[in-house]
Design a protein. Structure first.
Lengths: 183, 199
């Protein structure tokens, strides 16, 4: 075998190996979606359960934030309406999960999550506003009460003095009588 | 009445008026409310929104409707869940004394939020499919809620006392408990006895 033939054979084997590698690479790319769930145990049910759990946790968290905002005095009716939409999706997701329709369960759980995602932030915003309004309200109440008490006490004092003067004048003016001869 | 009596009268009057003037500030620290009882209402109405025409004799492949509702008087907004369950007369009901729900799995459910003093209500359409008469018993294969089919394979024997094959559709009320961060049975359920007829 000449040097030239040996080089040709070597070139051919390198090309075959690289072509084989390329084909395997393409195959593995297509096989990944099939193999990964099998290897890691991720199937439709697990995905659905995870999606429902995530949505459920988000709804509970948002509800807690809404309760805090409500306690601070905020009007949470708009947030409750959003939570109701999310709750409807979540209930449906549970129903489909129970029926084994994992695609629908996942879709509805994701819808629920999308609806409820911003509620917690809105609730925090409303709570801050309500706190600020509450502070202003408290100051107004305190100042108003103090002014009210001062006015009442002052008027009471003035009225008492006027009354006492008139009372004394009337009582003393009735009988300017001095009894003498007594011990 | 002497001057000293008038002085006391003025003092008491001024004190009373001062308390009235200070009441806005005092109300922030002192609660004057006696506090009313906290509870949730739970009701079931017929398809006409009344209590006269509840479905009773039910056929196969027909649709019936009821309204289920909840009123919140708990003092704050509440997160509720209603489980819809289906049983025959021998299967478990909720135990109100023991605060335990029925051990049956829910077929359908509602989840919703109700503000304090407000109500929630929803219509539920239901029907039965795949019903078979086997000797002296009826087997209900599927229950349909709002168009969704649930396989139940529930069996009821002939009730000679009341003359029928009786099943019960019932609703359990659950409430989200922040302390345990999960739903707890709220000790309330409403139900509907149904005589499934096979023609």
């Amino acid at each position: 075998m000449s040097v030239r033939e040996t080089r040709r054979l070597s070139d051919v084997s390198v090309m075959s190996v690289s072509r084989l590698f390329f084909v395997l690479l393409i195959l593995s790319v297509f096989a990944v979606p099939l193999l990964v769930p099998a290897v890691f145990g991720v199937d439709g049910e697990d995905v659905a359960v995870l999606a429902v759990d995530r949505a459920e946790a988000e709804v509970a968290s948002a509800y807690e934030a809404v309760l805090d905002a409500e306690e601070a005095g905020a009007d949470v009716s708009g947030l409750l309406a959003e939570l109701n939409v999310a709750g409807g999706y979540l209930a449906e997701a549970h129903v489909w999960l129970g029926l084994g329709d994992f695609d629908n369960a996942t879709r509805l759980a994701d819808l629920c999550y999308d609806v409820v995602e911003g509620v917690e932030g809105e609730a925090f915003g409303l709570e801050s506003e309500a706190h600020a309004l509450g502070v202003t309200d408290s100051v107004v109440r305190m100042v108003g009460s103090m002014v009210g008490v001062v006015v009442v006490v002052f008027l009471g004092f003035v009225v008492w003095r006027v009354f006492r003067r008139r009372y004394c004048r009337r009582v003393l003016g009735l009988r300017p009588e001095v009894v003498s001869g007594e011990s | 009445v002497n001057l000293e009596d008038y002085r006391v009268l003025f003092f008491v009057g001024t004190l009373g008026l001062s308390l009235v003037a200070a009441s806005p500030a005092l109300s922030m620290a002192v609660s004057f409310g006696g506090g009313s009882e906290r509870f949730s209402e739970f009701w079931l109405l017929d398809g006409l929104h009344r209590t006269e025409y509840y479905p009773f004799d039910v056929g196969v492949n027909e649709s019936y409707g009821v309204f289920v509702g909840v009123g919140n008087h708990m003092g704050s907004s509440e997160y509720y869940r209603v489980f819809v369950k289906f049983r025959n007369s021998t299967q478990s009901l909720p135990d109100i004394d023991g605060s335990a729900p029925s051990s049956l799995s829910p077929l359908y459910e509602f989840r919703f939020f109700v503000g304090d003093g407000e109500v929630w209500e929803s219509r539920l359409n239901f029907g039965f499919e795949d019903v078979a008469l086997e000797g002296d018993r009826v087997v209900v294969g599927d229950v349909v809620f709002d168009g969704v089919v649930f396989g139940v394979d529930a069996i009821a024997s002939w009730d000679s006392e009341f003359g029928g094959f009786y099943f019960q559709l019932f609703f359990e009320l659950w409430r989200f408990d922040l302390a345990s961060y999960g739903f707890r049975f709220h000790n309330r359920f409403v139900g509907l006895w149904l005589n499934v007829t096979v023609s």
